[in-house]
Ligand binder design. Structure first.
Ligand SMILES: [Zn+2]
Length: 196
């Protein structure tokens, strides 16, 4: 089984199978893998981004700059930090990074990254096994009322928001799963069963 809607993004089944295999081999420089990751980002398919990171056991970071240009980075868990890639224009719209096979929360390093980018970054999300956690920067994004990540500046400007669990995330996007008994399906389900 293939994750739902891949064909809509122009991704062929064999490209997906190739990509899963490359992810398992930690071959995250693979062109097809990176292209699928980019297309997943373009379609807000953060589940696919997380799945690739999960399979590889490596952390990935995605940055959308002021012009929606996508910058992708990979590294060992905990080693991928927010940085300004060459050619990226500020303010950055979104920074998403993963906690492969780990919990969804803002780590100390993550909070340092957010504090450091208060003048540069509008929104940030972390993807982990429970789902997606987002924070918005009230100095760059209009927000009425919000709970702060901290009482002290600059984290005071960042919102503290609940995790959106994967199940709800799928439901909200009307993404349905086709339960067939293929190898890919088993792998997919095994991966995502861990989110519970
Ligand atoms: Zn993190």
């Amino acid at each position: 089984m293939i994750p739902p809607r891949l064909a809509e993004y122009g991704i062929k089944d064999e490209e997906w199978l190739h990509t899963m295999q490359q992810a398992v081999y930690k071959n995250v420089e693979d062109e097809i893998l990176l292209d699928i990751q980019k297309r997943s980002v373009e379609h807000d398919r953060w589940d696919i981004v997380y799945l690739l990171s999960y399979l590889a056991g490596l952390e990935t970071s995605v940055l959308l700059d002021a012009e929606n240009k996508i910058f992708i980075d990979w590294g060992l868990p905990g080693s991928v930090h927010l940085k300004q890639p060459i050619g990226a224009k500020i303010p950055f719209k979104l920074w998403v990074h993963t906690h492969p096979r780990m919990d969804t929360y803002w780590s100390r390093t993550d909070k340092d990254s957010l504090a450091f980018s208060t003048l540069l970054l509008q929104n940030a999300s972390v993807l982990g096994r429970q789902g997606i956690k987002t924070s918005r920067n009230s100095t760059l994004v209009e927000i009425d009322e919000y709970r702060s990540m901290s009482d002290a500046e600059p984290l005071q400007f960042w919102t503290d928001e609940a995790i959106e669990d994967w199940e709800t995330w799928y439901e909200d996007r009307d993404i349905m799963f086709d339960e067939t008994n293929s190898l890919t399906n088993i792998c997919w389900l095994a991966t995502f069963n861990e989110r519970r």
